[in-house]
Write a protein that binds this ligand. Structure first.
Ligand code: ADP
Ligand code: ADP
Length: 226
């Protein structure tokens, strides 16, 4: 059974523009699915509908065995990482990571344990007492990942998470995300306009164009047969 299932999903914005046109997509448990395509093709809109941040105009969305069309983001078993990190500037790294867990009423000692374990995985143990403005771009991106991982989501949603990093760091973080996916054994859905990123990271790739899905296949199938 699919981990995330989109059936006939459409998005028509308030101004009447149809950004997503009745797409069907079955994302399997534990796969690294990359949504790729040119700017404006509907990738972010699709991801935001999975996250519950954008209302679905029509179609059926399930995550795990839960029908989630009208389920609030916090009650979906997902976490999302954005390109602009969206860290809380007045909080330390530790408190940024603890925030979602506190909302879920996770016990204090479990919060501490989970944050320390996550910080080790991402190599940010030394940064826990800093504020976001005291971090480099790469460090901020790791903290944003940490804040998502620490909640142990079933599905991990990422929207161009590397696009604000310089080229060298971007290549390094690609490898780290592949390793993270292997370590966490969870489902990743990753949006990018960058074909190299899609090809190197995805276990499967969903190619979008103008609000529709053109092809869903393994990277070697898509990029070896133009
Ligand atoms: P992508 O992530 O592939 O770049 P988006 O999903 O962000 O594409 O956008 C798809 C299309 O929907 C674009 O043409 C964009 O301009 C349009 N769009 C996005 N948000 C809105 C909105 N709030 N109102 C109207 N149109 C929107
Ligand atoms: P990068 O070149 O990778 O963006 P920076 O030049 O911003 O990194 O930072 C280099 C090192 O200095 C990093 O380890 C970062 O944590 C540390 N650092 C940056 N700004 C501050 C600050 N305001 N206070 C303490 N440490 C800082």
């Amino acid at each position: 059974m699919a981990k995330v299932s989109l059936k006939g999903i459409s998005k028509i914005y308030d101004n009447g523009f149809q950004a997503v046109k009745s797409i069907d997509l079955e994302i399997k448990d534990k796969e690294f699915m990359v949504l790729v395509g040119p700017s404006g093709c509907g990738k972010t809109t699709s991801l935001r509908m999975i996250a519950g941040l954008e209302e679905i105009s029509s179609g059926d969305l399930t995550i795990g065995d839960q029908y989630v069309n009208n389920v609030a983001p916090k009650d979906r078993n997902i976490a999302m990482v954005f390109q602009n990190y969206a860290l809380y500037p007045h909080m330390t790294v530790y408190d940024n990571m603890a925030f979602g867990l506190k909302l879920q009423k996770t016990p204090k000692d479990e919060i501490k344990e989970r944050i320390e374990k996550t910080a080790r995985i991402l190599d940010i143990e030394q940064l826990l007492t800093r504020k976001p403005k005291q971090l480099s771009g790469g460090q901020r991106q790791r903290v944003a990942l940490g804040r998502a991982i620490v909640r142990k989501p079933e599905v991990f949603l990422m929207d161009e998470p590397l696009s604000n990093l310089d080229a060298k760091l971007r290549v390094q973080m690609r490898a780290e995300l592949i390793k993270l996916h292997n370590d966490l054994q969870t489902t990743f859905v990753y949006v990018t306009h960058d074909q190299t990123e899609a090809m190197t990271m995805g276990t499967r790739i969903c190619v979008m164009n103008d609000g529709i899905i053109q092809q869903v296949a393994e990277p070697k199938v898509i990029y070896n047969h133009p």
